[in-house]
Ligand binder design. Sequence first.
Ligand code: NAP
Ligand code: F7E
Length: 345
Amino acid sequence: MSKRALITGITGQDGSYLAEHLLDQGYQVWGLCRGQANPRKDRIAKLIPELSFVDGDLMDQGSLVSAVDLVQPDEVYNLGAISFVPMSWQQPELVTEVNGTGVLRMLEAVRMVSGLTKSSGGGPPRGQIRFYQASSSEMYGKVAESPQRETTSFHPRSPYGVAKAFGHYITQNYRESYGMYGVSGILFNHESPRRGAEFVTRKISLAVSQIKLGLMDKLHLGNLDAERDWGFAGDYVRAMHLMLQQEQPGDYVVGTGAMHRVRDAARIAFEHIGLDWQEHVVVDPGLVRPAEVETLCADSGNARRELGWEPEVDFEQLMRMMVESDLRQASRERDYRQLLATGSW
Ligand code: NAP
Ligand code: F7E
């Protein structure tokens, strides 16, 4: 019989790639969706027609228990979160509730449906449901060492990072307290043509496509010197799945090990369409964060050795892929507007 997976955050970037990957592996896949008329649900349902949906919200314990009980999954991937870091200074309590306490609620739902009680410690993992938590390199924040690995201490710099650290530790705690098969993937920044427009790589690729078509001229950015280890989301969801296939549960760092600055992302994207980024990028101090994470770089040695995971797309390929995708979309929209304006169709 095929395995069943339940994914929270199905309407987000990673949810879509993970669902496609699991369907390819022969899984039946359910996505947890919130809200009574979530427009992003229609979008993902159109993109992946084989998906099934179940209602639920990480703010609502009862809905999560019902969802897990209904789906009876073999694997739960908790990807749901408010993922844009600056939001976490605007609404710190909400972000803590969804990204921190939400993890606890999801673990409780899995524990209750699995009928797990306190473990006496040791022994093989208990319960039939395996749980994946989407931890983040933002937990490292002001980094204690570079590159960062599983044992590097945390120093989060935003309410987002603090909430993710809670989610990380509570997952470890359920593993130790109940013997649950629970793991956290400490994923570094990963991007794609499906990335939200608020994140810096997509903000750049969207702006480049608009500038190419003469629809805008200047792109406002914040800290150009921030360094990140950016990879491709399609590569990273393979690591999530592999983590749940191991005999013993464990936490893994996932990243490429290559670091670039925000200014490199801009340069590569503008160069791809034959323009000089410095003629179009304007630094806006209003976009600089109150406490910045200056530098992040992954040591994914454990994931490579123990999971056999390797990234396949490098940073230059990634930026070019995103620019190409946005250019195609922007050209289609321009042609459509022209057709509407001339009435010639
Ligand atoms: P994303 O595109 O922003 O998607 C976030 C998802 O969370 C959306 O489907 C959203 O659904 C859902 N969500 C928000 N609030 C919710 C709630 N109260 N209940 C249930 N679902 C809720 O994020 P992503 O890039 O795919 O990232 C996936 C996960 O990995 C997140 O937990 C993120 O924090 C973490 N992460 C991401 C990266 C990265 O670089 N992408 C790196 C490390 C960790 P709606 O449509 O309902 O809003
Ligand atoms: O910022 C700098 C900004 O918003 C990257 C999330 O998926 O990855 C993501 O968090 C860097 C920061 O991603 C602009 O200051 C400069 O240093 O694309 P971002 P993020 O904050 O690193 C982690 C791992 C997650 O877990 C999160 O969920 O770029 N930057 N100028 C800018 N950033 C944005 N957004 N916009 C700018 O104009």
